[in-house]
Design a protein around this ligand. Structure first.
Ligand code: GUN
Ligand code: ZN
Length: 432
């Protein structure tokens, strides 16, 4: 039976890139249908008598993380290095994705992938599956069972990849339509379909245009890679010599919308940034991956100043961990590298609060689901983690009164190791 829950704990949630709300103690009241009814300083009348009242005064309650860019089939190959993006794709990634033609492989890996995300406190993911329709359908089924909030898409490719991964345009578009029909908005919007052209080199222009038309007709999200490496950009300009730049390829195909997530965006000129801004496109910052493949460093402040909404993506398996604590750390450290190289104020390093914002509310905004999740706020789904911060190695008791220090300590202490429980829609989905 579903009952109302009241949880007492140290509540921490981002309000903006500069501000958090920290209540110690605070009370999180969750309705029977799994939504946040109240976030307050005083215990609600009768709260202690709730059939489900939990006193977690020593624990931190924080919103579930939102990982806006990763690859489900690459989870087991993270950490395997082969030089730059193209070598890594052809030597490591494509053969691994090919194995997803087996439904048994697809199921085993999808189950583990979602379990791993939940154990690290990620309650929303936007994931690329493979070009197999059946593997994508299986991924949806596994996500449905696991309780996670997920955007999933079959990877769309019709050129410049092994034969076993490419399909003809009409088949790809039909696969997408059928998966949209079956899964888009499933379970009150917990599961969404996302159109997933891998990147411009692996898609002909007619395929990109076809995807743009479906996005418009169905109102679904789009995700792709953009300007990740210099070699990739040179390849795109070879394939599409008549177009102005990489961003122009997606723009002319009708792929840049308010529901589009472009990952990496390291090498964009002012005109390209302007197009992203004008079209409402969102950016996934993937600092671990950018370093791992030596792709470059995304100029975070430049994109942020332009007003483009940004979230964080682990980009596993070029990223090497599904932990958003790890990704926050990389975001801060890579911004320090940029600042070191150019000390002008515009490149001030990210603060821990900014990183926390990107990993939670910023990610939800990038996916246009900030009304549903991303922070502890009345009316949103109760998607949160319980973290045993008493286990953190700290120097004094007052430490816990400073949320900025607390976030920083968690980021630099592999905070995922202290996660005890994870809830989505008020329902326990992971317990250590
Ligand atoms: N560009 C095209 N495909 C991929 C991928 O799988 N990972 C990364 N990091 N970049 C890509
Ligand atoms: Zn990626």
């Amino acid at each position: 039976m579903k009952t109302k829950k009241t949880i007492k704990g140290k509540l921490l949630t981002a309000i903006s890139p500069e501000r958090v709300l920290f209540l110690d103690p605070g009370y999180l009241v969750i309705s029977e249908d799994g939504n946040i009814e109240d976030v307050c300083k005083e215990i609600p009348t009768g709260g202690e008598q709730d059939p489900e009242y939990y006193d977690l005064s020593d624990k931190l309650i924080c919103p579930g993380f939102v990982d806006i860019h990763n690859h489900l089939p690459q989870f087991t190959l993270s950490g395997l290095y082969r030089g730059n993006l193209f070598e890594w794709l052809s030597d490591i990634v494509f053969p691994a994705e090919g194995r997803f033609s087996s439904p048994e492989v697809a199921e085993r890996f999808a189950e583990r992938f979602f379990q791993e995300l939940l154990s690290k406190g990620t309650t929303t993911t936007s994931s690329y599956v493979t070009s197999h329709k059946e593997a994508t359908d299986i991924a949806f089924q596994c996500a449905e069972k696991s309780g996670i909030r997920a955007f999933l898409g079959n990877v769309l490719m019709n050129q410049n990849a092994p034969d076993y991964l490419i399909k003809d345009t009409p088949i790809l578009l039909r696969d997408s339509e059928e998966l949209i029909e079956k899964w888009e908005g499933h379970d009150n919007g917990r599961l969404r379909y996302v159109l997933t052209p891998r990147f411009a080199p692996s898609c002909s222009f007619d395929l990109l245009q076809g995807i743009g038309k479906i996005a418009k007709k169905r109102g679904v999200h789009i995700q792709s890679h953009l300007a990740e490496s210099k070699a990739e950009i040179a390849t795109v300009m070879d394939i599409f010599p008549d177009l102005e730049n990489y961003t122009d390829v997606y723009f002319k195909a009708g792929l840049l919308t308010e529901k589009t997530i472009a990952a990496h965006c390291i090498y964009l000129n002012e005109g390209e940034i302007e197009i992203l801004k004008k079209t409402g496109t969102k950016v996934s910052h993937c600092p671990s991956s950018n370093r791992f493949l030596q792709s470059g460093i995304m100029p975070y402040r430049k994109l942020e100043k332009s007003g483009i909404p940004i979230g964080l993506g682990t980009d596993v398996g070029a990223g090497y961990s599904l932990s958003m604590f790890s990704e926050m750390r990389e975001a801060i450290e890579s911004s320090k590298t940029i600042h070191f190289l150019d000390t002008s104020a515009v490149y001030n390093p990210l603060t821990s609060i900014e990183a926390f914002y990107l990993a939670t509310l910023g990610g939800a905004k990038a996916l246009t689901i900030e009304d549903e999740t991303g922070s502890l706020e009345q009316g949103k789904s109760a998607d949160f983690s319980v973290i045993d911060i008493a286990q953190l190695n700290v120097c004094n008791e007052n430490f816990f009164s400073n949320p900025e220090d607390l976030i920083s300590k968690l980021i630099y202490s592999n905070g995922e190791n202290y996660i005890e429980e994870v809830y989505i829609k008020g329902k326990l989905v992971y317990k250590k």
